[in-house]
Design a protein around this ligand. Structure first.
Ligand code: ADE
Ligand code: ZN
Length: 326
């Protein structure tokens, strides 16, 4: 089966994680931002991460080149141009507004820049998209609450709010107030949990933040009762197998728990996370899961259909897209 062409939804991708070395270098030149790299190869050679925090350090440093709304448009447009050939029909993009505040970029400026990229993607490739700004969990609650205040006047322009960044020692319980305000405004929530952090963070994400999906969740098998509950409730886990390996969550792809998650009846989907940093987009992840983990074509089709069903599109559109999977 042609896994690249298989229609799919990308539900776990950080827009800033799609910043390819060539665009990073071009934006650095344009915006006169100094970066410690002189070539694409030098950038890629620096991308060796043994942990989430090692990755995040370079990821936040790379964001320094994004200075204007037009930069975000270029970033989003380049991302969609890339994944148009990897079967993506719909994408829900994470982005980190707090990571751009020090550069004087307001939430609404970033939003407007990304939206223009999304409009171009729909016109050029017929790819639909929704936006999910994320709260950075390494920052404090006051910063999260300020961001919520800044975002809510524009709540019709994004579909959910997420929680991401450094996980260890930063439980979802720290952000209950911020997420309560988001939910009170009728906005959905998602959270990264169980990537490097314990299964208990997934329970907190569900019980305290009311999440509709869990991003990663690969450590859920450490809690058998939670595994059964999440499987029964059908809460989707947006798993990013190749990224997990590159960030040291698993020693190798062969050791990834994806087959066991599937066996446990969990509603897993397959995604890329930070494809430019990992050099592996969503279609590449499907291919890796088939070739290295031996996931059957029929299972990958189920996962592709599920990716549309687990999206935040309205139901008729979810069903229409899922029916495109052969
Ligand atoms: N931000 C970007 N990529 C991330 C990841 N894999 N985990 C947590 N936060 C992130
Ligand atoms: Zn992520």
């Amino acid at each position: 089966m042609d896994l690249m062409a298989l229609p799919k939804a990308e539900l776990h991708v950080h827009l800033e994680g799609t910043l390819e070395p060539d665009l990073l270098l071009a934006l650095a030149r344009k915006n006169q931002v100094e970066v410690p790299y002189s070539s694409r190869d030098a950038v890629l050679a620096a991308y060796q991460f043994g942990s989430l925090d090692a990755f995040l350090k370079l990821y936040y440093a790379g964001m320094a080149v994004l200075r204007t709304p037009a930069d975000f448009t270029a970033l989003a447009e380049a991302y969609f141009d890339k994944v148009a050939s990897q079967g993506v029909r719909h994408a829900e993009l994470f982005f980190d507004p707090q990571a751009h505040q020090d550069k004087g970029l307001a939430f609404v400026d970033i939003l407007q820049g990304i939206e223009e990229g999304c409009r171009r993607a729909r016109a050029k490739h017929g790819i639909s998209s929704l936006l999910i700004p994320c709260i950075l969990r390494h920052l404090d609650e006051a910063s999260a609450l300020r961001l919520v205040d800044e975002m809510l006047p524009h709540k019709d322009r994004f579909v959910a709010v997420g929680l991401d960044s450094s996980e260890k020692g930063r439980p979802p319980s720290l952000f209950v107030k911020a997420f309560q305000r988001i939910r009170d405004a009728g906005i959905k929530t998602v959270a990264h949990a169980g990537e490097e952090g314990p299964a208990d963070y997934m329970r907190q994400a569900i019980d305290l933040l009311g999440v509709s999906r869990i991003d990663h969740g690969v450590r859920i098998l450490e809690d058998a009762a939670l595994t059964r509950e999440v499987a029964r409730a059908g809460i989707p886990l947006t798993v990013c197998p190749v990224c997990n390996v590159r960030l040291g969550v698993f020693g190798s792809l062969e050791q990834h728990h994806l087959p066991r998650l599937i066996e446990a009846g969990l509603a897993v989907t397959i995604h890329s996370d930070d494809p430019a940093y990992i050099q592996s987009y969503i279609g590449d992840n499907y291919v890796a899961c088939a070739n290295t983990l031996g996931i059957a074509d029929s299972t990958l089709k189920t996962i592709a259909r599920r990716s549309f069903q687990a999206s935040f599109l309205p139901e008729p559109e979810r069903a229409r897209l899922a029916a495109l999977v052969p």
